[in-house]
Design a protein around this ligand. Structure first.
Ligand code: HEC
Ligand code: HEC
Length: 390
């Protein structure tokens, strides 16, 4: 609790010093009015209170105008969210690219984002509600007069499309089939999905030993996760993630290594405890939600439609199992050291491919599979399930 209060105090002080205090300006919204934002009716008083609380707690990082350029934001990577764009990463709605519902934003504010400067906020329910409604007016700031009463007719903001309703909260497509006593099976299938069918290792690290590649090739073929003629050809730097540029977020984002980096949208802390891990921390549902939905605006695809529900659940168990290795007493370090000590993987010769037509580009050395002879054609990679771009 103490850290939270200290942080609140610092934010308040910062706000006061910088003259950010909402009291310096007249209220933005008609205090007697009612407004409609994304299907929710709110009073002008609530929005003004939200503005005040936002200025006090959030503006230092997210900026006075919500553009993510607050005084304390410099050097944060990824930077604090720019609310004027109306794009969010960790929304728990059905389908990628949708706007978070109020409950979603409340989850993010209460629990924070694991491993980032976006810490959990222990502020009263009324203030959170007010901040949430206020944040929605920032993308882009609509004319409060037009918003008033009848709703906002011109959908310049993603939140204000006419008759816009709240997105329904995300519900998994099926019950977890491994819930009771199925953990070992889930890990076995999940590991296969990760390294063969879904090819998560195209961006995230591989967690297979050199020896395992061969048996995974065989199992993958048997179970239909791979097609005959394909082979596993891990990236050159397979035990490290590969950074991906994001146009929407104007930055290079690193897909996490699950045994080293935090999965941000997973609730690790109890609400109200800025540090420390709750007994019921690391919920499976949090892993499922982010893997199913993907991260809009980044290379992280949505997997809900690409995998069968059972495969998605198995994969979720596997990713959580990897992430749990980072918990106190976990073997994350030894697990990774073992992988780093692996001899290089030499892909088996692929089945002879048809002779390429004359004039086709010869692969350059950089395109060859790791361990293959320079100049030899790259081993055809497994064709991954084509992920839906969020
Ligand atoms: C110390 C800096 C800091 C403060 C203070 C702060 N945030 Fe953040 N916030 C961040 C950063 C950094 C991110 C981006 C993290 C990322 O993308 O991994 C973020 C992200 C978010 C997101 C985006 C989640 C998504 O799905 O994209 C929301 C919503 C948010 N903050 C709300 C708030 C609210 C509300 C407050 C005030 C109560 C607040 N933040 C205070 C740093 C801060
Ligand atoms: C095309 C590249 C790509 C592929 C393939 C990919 N990811 Fe990601 N993933 C990313 C990137 C990039 C990020 C980080 C985005 C960011 O920083 O906002 C990420 C982030 C994540 C996160 C962290 C979310 C959080 O809350 O912090 C999880 C979990 C995840 N990926 C799981 C998976 C799984 C499981 C697969 C395979 C089914 C997969 N990813 C396939 C690129 C990819």
């Amino acid at each position: 609790m103490r850290t939270v209060y200290t942080r609140v105090a610092i934010a308040t002080l910062l706000g006061a010093v910088l003259g950010l205090g909402a009291g310096c300006e007249s209220p933005k919204f008609n205090p007697k009015g009612t407004y409609r934002i994304a299907g929710v009716r709110v009073t002008g008083k609530l929005l003004n209170d939200g503005w005040e609380a936002y200025t006090m707690y959030c503006a230092a990082c997210h900026g006075e105008h919500g553009d993510g350029n607050g005084v304390a934001a410099a050097g944060y990577h990824p930077p604090p969210r720019n609310f004027t764009k109306g794009i969010f990463k960790f929304a728990g709605v059905n389908g990628a690219g949708k706007l978070p519902s109020d409950a979603d934003l409340d989850r993010i504010i209460r629990y924070g984002l694991n491993g980032t400067p976006m810490l959990p906020w222990d502020i009263p329910e009324y203030e959170r509600r007010a901040i949430i409604q206020y944040i929605k007016t920032l993308a882009p700031l609509p004319d409060p007069k037009k918003m008033h009463d009848k709703g906002y007719k011109t959908p310049i903001s993603p939140w204000y499309a006419k008759n816009k309703k709240q997105e329904p909260l995300f519900v998994p497509a099926s019950k977890d089939p491994y819930e009771v006593g199925g953990e070992a099976k889930a890990l076995e299938i999940g590991k296969l999905v990760y390294h063969t069918k879904a090819q998560c290792l195209g961006c995230h690290p591989s967690y297979l030993t050199t020896e395992e590649y061969g048996s995974f090739l065989k199992k993958g073929l048997e179970i239909g996760f791979m097609t005959p003629g394909s082979t596993l050809s891990p990236r050159e730097d397979a035990y490290n993630p590969q950074g991906k540029d994001s146009v929407d977020y104007k930055s290079r984002l690193l897909p996490p290594d699950f045994v080293r980096h935090p999965v941000r949208s997973v609730r690790v802390n109890c609400p109200g405890a800025a540090r420390g891990i709750c007994p019921d921390s690391q919920r499976l549902e949090d892993f499922y939600r982010i893997i199913a939905n993907g991260i809009p605006g980044t290379a992280m695809p949505s997997w809900q439609k690409q995998l069968k529900p059972d495969e998605l659940w198995a994969l979720t168990h596997y990713v959580k199992w990897l992430h749990d290795k980072q918990l106190p007493g976990g073997d994350a370090r030894a697990f990774r050291d073992n992988l780093l000590a692996q001899p290089p993987y030499v892909a088996p010769e692929p089945a002879p491919a048809p002779v390429p037509p004359v004039g086709e580009v010869t692969p350059s050395v950089g395109d060859t599979a790791p361990g293959a002879e320079p100049g030899a054609p790259a081993a055809p990679a497994v064709s991954p399930a084509t992920p839906a771009q969020p």
